[in-house]
Ligand binder design. Structure first.
Ligand SMILES: Nc1nc2c(c(=O)[nH]1)N[C@H]1C(S)=C(S)[C@@H](COP(=O)(O)O)O[C@H]1N2
Ligand SMILES: [Mo]
Length: 220
């Protein structure tokens, strides 16, 4: 059974009515921070680590970690929502806003869609309009501490208004693409957009839901 199929079959949690405004439909609140990803946790030599901006842009750019730290830094506190049904409130991330990155580097996008690339071989697609927001961050810290290796050190995207699979850990590339293309999970049954308040979990038909898949995972 695919991951999308498994999540579709898990039981739907009962939600405290007082949380409805803030908790998207079908989510459970957790205070722990589950770790979810495919493959190995990368180990980096920061002297050779780079972030590439490429594809449909007027100029392609390769950034080193120090370059990023020289850009304007922003701290935001946001709720996050994972498609496997956990939500975590009030996460404080620090990093560089996507809009500031583009502006400060003088990059002009020539397309309306982006494919984000993370180690190893993880991708997710986003409309440029979903990145072009005040609270979309390339984050290096959580609650004032550098991200742990499992949560994406040294750099991850935070796209808080979409399900957390769009928030690429270990990000290495921002590729501007002509047309919207499915990334890794989007090719495996997940929604192309992923708005948690619209319950855009899956593409195609929706089934009943969750076993607490995430509770069997690692926490950090
Ligand atoms: N590079 C990479 N980023 C990734 C993933 C992955 O497998 N590889 N998984 C995504 C998924 S499905 C989720 S739910 C979140 C989990 O982030 P966390 O482990 O910090 O909770 O990371 C996202 N970013
Ligand atoms: Mo996920």
């Amino acid at each position: 059974m695919s991951k999308a199929e498994r999540i579709k079959r898990t039981r739907v949690p009962v939600v405290d009515p007082s949380l409805v405004e803030r908790l998207p439909p079908g989510q459970v609140l957790t205070e722990r921070f589950p770790v979810l990803h495919e493959g190995e946790v990368p180990v980096y030599d920061m002297a050779t680590w780079t972030l590439k901006i490429f594809g449909q842009v007027d100029k392609e750019i390769t950034l080193h970690y120090e370059d990023l730290l020289k850009l304007p830094q922003t701290t935001i506190t946001r709720d996050i929502h994972c498609v496997t049904r956990w939500s975590r409130f009030d996460n404080t991330f620090t990093g560089v806003r996507f809009i500031d990155l583009i502006k400060e580097l003088g990059v002009t996008p020539k397309s309306g869609y982006v494919m984000l690339h993370g180690d190893y071989d993880y991708t997710t697609n986003l409309a440029l309009s979903d990145l072009d927001r005040e609270d979309v961050l390339l984050a290096h810290s959580l609650d004032g501490e550098p991200l742990t290796a499992k949560h994406g050190y040294p750099l991850r995207f935070i796209v808080p208004h979409l399900y957390f699979w769009k928030s690429v850990k270990w990000v290495r590339g921002i590729e501007f693409i002509d047309e919207n293309q499915p990334g890794f999970w989007e090719q495996n049954g997940f929604h192309m957009n992923g708005d948690p308040f619209q319950e855009e979990r899956f593409s195609g038909e929706d089934l009943e839901i969750p076993e607490d898949e995430w509770e069997k995972k690692d926490f950090d």
